[in-house]
Design a binder for this molecule. Structure first.
Ligand SMILES: Cc1ncc(COP(=O)(O)O)c(C=O)c1O
Length: 402
């Protein structure tokens, strides 16, 4: 079927009108920054109006519980229940709070992670070495995947915690989380999953995966902007945790301003200080639209469109660092051609928004609002840029990678 015909029958394209930037650009960068919904403007205006008219009363009229209220909205996207998810300022900080809650008794002073985890998390784990914790980083052979079996074999009775991404940020490889979690459980280790590249593009169910912690954020596939990450902790486990990074918002009676911390027993136990209210306002409309579009429909379309991109790249003879097996593939296709960085800059200048990561290539991430024609255009324009050599104008910019 021709792309134009396919677009005609794509029900998800009905949502395009809700994202102003789609009228101006070919937006293939949802793995990095999802498109902003038009409704975010109203939501941010509402934030301002509340502040301007209600002043400090805004806290008791909604702001104080917003980090948990938005958690309730997010819960269905990860198979969690109401009251189990809270918002955090960013994914790294959510990991830091979780890490600060873990204990490493003698005989269990080991963390297992993988070499393709997001660097920020690796930096964080690396700090634990200063406390004598062994951090085992399971290597990758091909820069695309880290074999599940290797991770499973690295997790043993000496392990306290396993930190893995659900979907690898560089290659969009989907980890077999259920198998890794089963191994962790069998040896008494906890598993912390970074689902930033997963939630909003694939169905996630924390209970089916049997994980202990699941962290995500709204910036990318949930079209929510920066400052809105979220954390789920298995409810029975949370009561036993004593996060060292903590604060007054986790107190049972924060407005009593007691000297000693009496922690709450629910998801609020992982909160620290005043939540980022404007960020939470910006995040709500994206969540609502993704829920309305439906995650199963989004995943089905993503599989089809990433498959289509791979096909177009194959036809053009461009190597891709993206898994071919649909069960292993998230929402991004990375085309790893020579001078990929410069080509990506030229694409951006032509309003085809994408990014470039060393070792991965030019990353193209269609989302539910992307048309098939836009995929054709992106790959055709890469061909033009290469054949005309117009990428050369960007050769001096490499030091300012964004
Ligand atoms: C998988 C993954 N984890 C963590 C991060 C960093 O998140 P934050 O900046 O919210 O700490 C990113 C950012 O791209 C990511 O893709």
């Amino acid at each position: 079927m021709e792309s134009a015909d396919r677009d005609q029958i794509d029900p998800l394209l009905e949502f395009r009108g809700e994202f102003p930037i789609l009228g101006r650009t070919n937006y293939l960068i949802s793995n990095s920054l999802g498109a902003v919904p038009r409704a975010a403007s109203d939501s941010l205006k509402e934030y301002y109006e509340t502040w301007a008219t209600r002043g400090v009363r805004a806290w008791e009229e909604g702001w104080w519980t917003l980090a948990a209220d938005l958690g309730d909205l997010t819960a269905p996207l990860i198979g969690a229940r109401r009251g189990e998810v809270v918002f955090q300022p960013n994914v790294t900080m959510a990991h830091a709070i979780v890490l600060s809650a873990l204990d490493f008794p003698d005989g269990r002073r080991r963390i297992v992670t993988d070499a393709m985890h997001f660097p920020s998390i690796l930096y964080l784990l690396d700090q634990k070495r200063r406390e004598g914790i062994e951090v085992v980083v399971v290597p990758t052979d091909d820069g695309i995947r880290v074999e599940t079996q290797r991770i499973v074999e690295a997790v043993d009775e000496r392990t306290s915690a396993v930190f893995v991404s659900h979907i690898l940020f560089k290659s969009a490889y989907i980890h077999d989380i259920a198998s890794i979690a089963a191994r962790a459980r069998a040896v008494g280790a906890l598993i912390v999953v970074d689902g930033y590249q997963a939630v909003g593009t694939i169905p996630v169910n924390v209970r089916e995966l049997c994980v202990d912690f699941y962290i995500g954020g709204c910036l990318k596939w949930l079209c929510g902007g920066p400052g809105a990450a979220f954390l789920w902790v298995e409810p029975d486990l949370i009561r036993r945790l004593e996060p060292r990074i903590t604060g007054w918002v986790s107190h049972q009676a924060p407005f009593d301003f007691e000297d000693r911390l009496s922690r709450r027993d629910d998801a609020w136990r992982m909160l620290v200080g005043t939540p980022s209210i404007p960020a939470l306002h910006a995040a709500r409309p994206g969540l609502e639209i993704v829920l309305k579009a439906g995650i199963d429909a989004i995943r089905a379309k993503s599989l089809r469109q990433t498959g289509r991109l791979l096909e177009l790249a194959d036809q053009a003879g461009y190597p891709c660092t993206t898994p071919r097996d649909p069960n292993e593939r998230g929402g991004t296709v990375a085309i790893d051609i020579e001078n990929g960085y410069e080509v990506s800059r030229r694409l951006k200048a032509l309003d085809i928004l994408c990014d470039y990561r060393p070792g991965a290539g030019i990353r193209l991430s269609p989302h539910f609002y992307t048309s098939d024609r836009e995929l054709d255009e992106a790959v055709a324009v890469i061909g033009e840029i290469l054949s005309t050599g117009s990428w050369k104008a960007f050769m001096t910019l490499r030091s300012t990678v964004t």
